[in-house]
Design a protein around this ligand. Sequence first.
Ligand code: SF4
Ligand code: SF4
Length: 296
Amino acid sequence: MKELVVISGKGGTGKTSIVASFAGLAKNAVFADCDVDAADLHLVLEPKVKHESDFSGGKRASIVTEQCVGCGKCKDLCRFDAVSSNGSLSDSEAETFTVDPISCEGCKVCVEFCPVGAIDFKDSVNGRWFISDTRFGPMVHAELGIAEGNSGKLVTLIRREAKRIAAEENRDLIIADGSPGIGCPVIASITGADLVLIITEPTLSGKHDLERVAELTASFGIPTLVCINKSDLNPQMTSQIAEEADNRGIRLAGKIRYDKAFTKAQIMKATVIEYTGGWVSEEIKALWRNVIYELG
Ligand code: SF4
Ligand code: SF4
């Protein structure tokens, strides 16, 4: 079983449209949407959910008001300013303390030092994850709550489930839509993958993004390919990016010219290849052939 992860330095490069097109071209694959902070592969693959579960990224503190004696120790000790008080409103009303669940990092310091054991410390539900059927094969995906952290842990869970399904169903390929950037979620997306495909575009920021992401994949020793999307919008920058990739020993697996079909297909909930049989589809198919060749 092989695992391909498609990533980009930032959003908006056409990464997900390319992953969706690959899904339609693959014969026997499982799909994993690891772009959990901005998941949109489901918009095209239209998964039918078969199984869903809560995702807990860790524990959070919450104060049991009835037990709290108002000493303020938790507020003084919290390094993340997650504890606030209403201040003493009047002589007859006691000061009350509360934990902001978004700011709480689950360090447990307040729990350890509360003199009366008034702080609960429970698993927090940060999102949900799903196993679904799509018209091209099984898919694992998730929804992360707004401003929720720990997306790296959720990415790891999604990849593990995709691998389990692939093993159970004798599927020989996992195609993952990776997280953008170079932070924890993208590291969780690519660790141990067989091949990374970087999607970039011919702009100065696209070139910088390629450099950053290429350094990351090199540091993990993962074979890497690059594809320049919208390559005809700036031929000079396309050449510079191709040269940069070559200098880094990264093979240019494809160039895709700009086509409105990317946006139109997404609106129609179709892959680019389903939407049009034009040259853009041929360029994506050529990219796919290079990816398959590299996977061996
Ligand atoms: S668990 Fe840590 S971060 Fe959360 S409220 Fe307590 S001290 Fe602050
Ligand atoms: S440390 Fe415990 S008793 Fe003191 S204010 Fe916080 S929750 Fe209340």
